[in-house]
Design a protein around this ligand. Structure first.
Ligand SMILES: [Zn+2]
Ligand SMILES: [Zn+2]
Ligand SMILES: [Zn+2]
Ligand SMILES: [Zn+2]
Ligand SMILES: [Zn+2]
Length: 207
């Protein structure tokens, strides 16, 4: 009898954690925010919801203008919205229960690290990792550049994009700081200016 009760509660926990999209136990459960009903409906994996609303694609290439809410509440959502807060909120109240069902695997292809808690996976994805975390920020996660707001995978934003657009180098001719991406152009300008100056020197008979 007691055993039976225990099974019922494990099953109901499982049910409460089942993703309304992939039907597996949610990885980073989130809930819809479109209406009051959405809060008490099935959760979904963060990655399933982001894929369903095409949130990792630039706004102009998203396939349609609006979609029915994934959870069946009946709302229509404008999927051309920039802010993820208008689609879902993290259901951190489920964290403790979710952690009982095993590690939280990073859903990003090419990463797939295994975090021991949902909180750790959340930090891995949003880049707010602390020194005790086993894994650093996910390089395969989509993020916004903190300098110019462009959106892309962290490996690109923190790598090539940063190097070319936000990393400054000092010019050894005029000592100004110039963007790495414009350094060659800056150098060529100096060369042109030097040629003009040289002509002037020659014209003045100083050489
Ligand atoms: Zn899912
Ligand atoms: Zn709704
Ligand atoms: Zn990852
Ligand atoms: Zn940038
Ligand atoms: Zn210079």
């Amino acid at each position: 009898m007691e055993n039976n009760n225990l099974n019922i509660s494990v099953d109901s926990f499982k049910e409460a954690l089942t993703c309304g999209i992939c039907q597996e136990i949610s990885t980073l459960p989130v809930h819809g925010v479109c209406c009051e009903n959405a809060k008490s409906m099935a959760p979904a994996c963060l990655s399933c919801v982001r894929a369903y609303y095409e949130l990792n694609r630039p706004i102009h290439v998203r396939s349609v203008y609006s979609k029915k809410s994934y959870n069946g509440c009946g709302c229509n959502l404008n999927i051309k919205n920039r802010r993820s807060e208008s689609y879902y909120c993290h259901t951190t109240q489920l964290d403790m229960v979710r952690n009982l069902f095993g590690p939280s695997i990073c859903p990003n292809e090419g990463c797939n690290v295994s975090c021991s808690t949902t909180a750790e996976l959340r930090r891995h994805l949003n880049g707010s990792t602390n020194p005790n975390d086993k894994f650093s920020a996910c390089i395969k996660a989509f993020t916004r550049c903190k300098y110019c707001g462009i959106y892309g995978k962290r490996e690109f934003i923190d790598g090539k994009h940063f190097e070319q657009n936000h990393s400054l180098i000092q010019c050894t001719v005029c000592w100004k700081h110039v963007m790495r991406g414009t350094a060659l152009e800056h150098y060529n300008n100096h060369r042109r200016e030097l040629c003009i100056f040289k002509d002037k020197i020659i014209a003045l008979g100083l050489k």
